[in-house]
Design a protein around this ligand. Sequence first.
Ligand SMILES: Cc1cc2nc3c(=O)[nH]c(=O)nc-3n(C[C@H](O)[C@H](O)[C@H](O)COP(=O)(O)OP(=O)(O)OC[C@H]3O[C@@H](n4cnc5c(N)ncnc54)[C@H](O)[C@@H]3O)c2cc1C
Length: 325
Amino acid sequence: MPDIRAGTITSWRQLSPVLARFRLAPEGGHRFPAYEAGQYLALRRDDCRLTRRVAGPDGRPRYLPELDETGRQRRGPVTHAYSLASAPFQTERDSHVEFLVVLEMASSLGRFTESLFDMEPRQGGLMQYVERIVGDFTLSRRVHEATHVLMVATGTGIAPLVSMVRQVDHDASKGRPVPPQVTLLYANRTWPELAFHNELDAIAAAGRFDFVYVPSVSRPGDEQARETVGRGRANNVLRLALGLPMAEEAALDRARATGEDTTDLEVAAARAVPPQLPAGVELAALRARLRPGSTVVMICGGAAPMADVRQVAESRGYRVEQEKW
Ligand SMILES: Cc1cc2nc3c(=O)[nH]c(=O)nc-3n(C[C@H](O)[C@H](O)[C@H](O)COP(=O)(O)OP(=O)(O)OC[C@H]3O[C@@H](n4cnc5c(N)ncnc54)[C@H](O)[C@@H]3O)c2cc1C
């Protein structure tokens, strides 16, 4: 059994009320284990509000607060995996790891993330971690013979992919072998939530390897005057690159063809933000990179957009490699 250690949060950056980047230093006298970009480790907190599983009326599991004899919700340990957004060279150099974590708000607040976002103070606070870094969502395990890596991420799904981009950029600067071409389509809801945007933009601009960065936001605001950020969900940006209609339009067309009720689909299609590439990324040049025979599509993010990315990419003959959370 790997040891559980107590690290220290050395920096905390809140990108929105529900999204944060933070760095963790190891327990005194220890170093984090060596790892490959794309891997994860488990974080643990002991004061999480516990839940218990019950079968819902439809047979599906539901999770209700676990109460003690006085009717108060029990607190206890919860341990979850989190992808490392830091690159191995950074951890070796600075002895910290970095994470991007979103507050889980599905039916109720998530056990671990509620406790994490409630920490006071965060910077300097202790965080337990399992001293083992694992995972096979890595370039060495997933790329094989491909010469172009097309990465597609939404939300916190950028974490394992930014780790890879950071490491590839570093390796390229040292003259080490790197994938010949890398393209990253990354979407989040708003501009402040596009984590690592400035750094990814700078890596693309530096040109140390053949890297095209295509950021977009699905809830654009005035700040879009910046133009370095495109618009639309990641799956729709991919669809644009492949010459396909938006997912919402495709679903509406299918429903019309089969005579189904289209009321909800019409609302969804009208609300969807049409995909638009950032200034400086040419559609023709992007398309030219997307050769199915030599491209591997590495994806991580929300279940719905990733299911669409997978379906669209596989139907066009691409091999898809996914990190599932
Ligand atoms: C390899 C990997 C890497 C990951 N990397 C990241 C990352 O970089 N950033 C990030 O934000 N997240 C990441 N995750 C997700 C993360 O591990 C957690 O699942 C997430 O943060 C929610 O945890 P929570 O305790 O707040 O929510 P939970 O309390 O676990 O709730 C989440 C869902 O779990 C179910 N649930 C609730 N109670 C229970 C229970 N008692 N038993 C079982 N299920 C229950 C419910 O369906 C609920 O909607 C990763 C997951 C994996 C597997």
